[in-house]
Design a protein around this ligand. Structure first.
Ligand code: NAD
Length: 411
């Protein structure tokens, strides 16, 4: 993943003629914190050593901002790549943040709530010196949720001696979370999907959609795509995919998952694998699970004409080339899934000002900023005759480079 992120930076820097000094500065993170922490399992006798990471790609644009993921294969390279993408994403959206990201190398689905809580609190304590509402702010990502954010906020606040809600975003409403944050990434994904349909004169009510991943981003994207009139025909989770060419009833699927946790066994659909889902005969594909899903070996088999990246890094550079030559339009992750960090920015503002926005206020501002960013990226793509991904990178990297030039260098 790090190679993908750096590869994209190199390609964009080369094409935009970025000054070498700045280019090289952007290739490696400014700070990377790695910890190993002891974690006691519920049986009390077993103690595991778990690896954790927090990477701040830059500090140029404002405090670090980025999610925290719990996954069994997380490593420093992955977290660094994600931190770099956060920098470009915040810059594309004009948010006053630098990119950061964190991860714990653990499978959260195998932990009890008590284990998850102990692990989260210990990790927070280990990295307490590098985080803070003015320093680096975490948010949910793969395998973490608002409860994990609540434990981080509580641990940090207990150390400080007063409540610090601005230390995390994506936290529960009761402790200063924002209305609309949970749905924000999916809302941003679907705003981009609708903008792309508008721009290419596709009637959204005639579009079929397949979505890989049915967690936070995937499930909200499915709900909002269906609400916009599109026909959602397939969704998947880590275990299985479900496909109904006549369209899935998303409220039914939501009910099934809330009762059974996994999609497995859902009655009104056929079963497909995650690989098969990507190649289904649909108009729009939304990868909203994990990275590295659309590669040289399967990109040529993708039937969708529009790919909207809910996940971070789902498409390799080789796949991008294949998509370009096959006329597949890709709305890149650093634009398409930027709704999450944008609503996180609103939440951070509310936490700091102790002032609550209404849900309509959050959603309206979010959709407005997403549309503005889409239009800016799309105009640049047309102007420079490049893909939407290259245009988004030009915009993000260009803004960061200009900020670096303005701030100068110490000493
Ligand atoms: P999540 O944990 O809520 O959901 C992930 C989903 O993907 C689940 O349905 C899970 O079962 C499935 N999945 C896991 N491994 C898989 C695999 N190998 N193959 C297929 N499916 C798999 O996570 P999320 O918050 O929805 O994040 C999904 C993606 O979106 C990640 O790439 C994340 O970085 C990105 N993202 C999330 C947010 C956010 O606000 N949550 C913001 C921006 C980007």
């Amino acid at each position: 993943m790090y190679q993908l992120a750096v590869g994209q930076l190199d390609e964009a820097a080369r094409q935009m003629g970025l000054q070498e000094n700045i280019w090289h500065r952007l290739r490696t993170p400014q700070r990377a914190c790695m910890v190993s922490i002891p974690f006691r399992e519920d049986d009390y006798n077993t103690v595991q050593t778990v690896f954790g990471y927090r990477v701040q790609h830059l500090t140029t644009m404002g405090p670090g901002k980025g999610g925290l993921r719990y996954a069994p294969n997380v490593d420093l390279g992955e977290v660094t790549a994600l931190a770099m993408w956060m920098t470009w994403k915040c810059a594309v959206m004009k948010l006053p943040f630098s990119g950061a990201k964190g991860g714990l190398r653990i499978d959260p689905t195998k932990l009890s709530p008590g284990e998850l809580q102990r692990l989260t609190r210990r990790f927070t304590a280990e990295i307490i010196d590098v985080i803070g509402p003015d320093r680096d702010i975490m948010a949910p990502d793969l395998g973490t949720d608002e409860q994990v954010m609540a434990w981080i906020m509580d641990t940090y606040s207990a150390q400080k001696g007063y409540p610090v809600p601005g230390i995390v975003t994506g936290k529960p409403l009761e402790i200063g979370g924002s209305l609309g944050r949970k749905e924000a990434t999916g809302r941003g994904v679907i705003t981009c999907m609708l903008e792309a349909c508008r721009e290419t004169q596709r009637d959204v009510t005639r579009q079929s959609v397949a979505i890989q991943g049915y967690g936070n981003v995937g499930s909200v994207s499915a709900r909002l795509a269906a609400r916009a009139g599109a026909k959602v025909v397939a969704v998947s989770d880590a275990h299985t995919g479900i496909f109904n060419p006549n369209g899935l009833s998303i409220p039914d699927v939501e009910r099934w998952v809330s009762e059974h946790r996994w999609l497995d066994g859902y009655p009104e659909a056929d079963t497909v694998t995650n690989e098969e889902l990507l190649e289904l005969p649909v108009d729009i594909l939304i990868p909203a699970a994990v990275e590295n899903q659309l590669r040289a070996d399967n990109a040529g088999s993708v039937k969708a004409r529009l790919v909207v990246e809910g996940a971070n890094g789902p498409t390799t550079m080789e796949a991008d080339v294949i998509f370009a030559s096959n006329g597949v339009m890709v709305v890149p992750d650093i634009l398409a899934n930027a709704g999450g960090v944008t609503a996180s920015y609103f939440e951070w503002l509310q936490s700091r000002q102790q002032y609550l926005w209404s849900e309509d206020q959050v959603n309206d501002q979010l959709v407005r900023l997403m549309k503005e960013a889409y239009v800016a990226v799309s105009a640049l793509a047309r102007d420079r005759n490049v893909s939407l991904r290259m245009a988004a990178l030009f915009l993000g990297i260009g803004r960061v480079a200009e900020a670096k030039r303005r701030r100068g260098m110490f000493p």
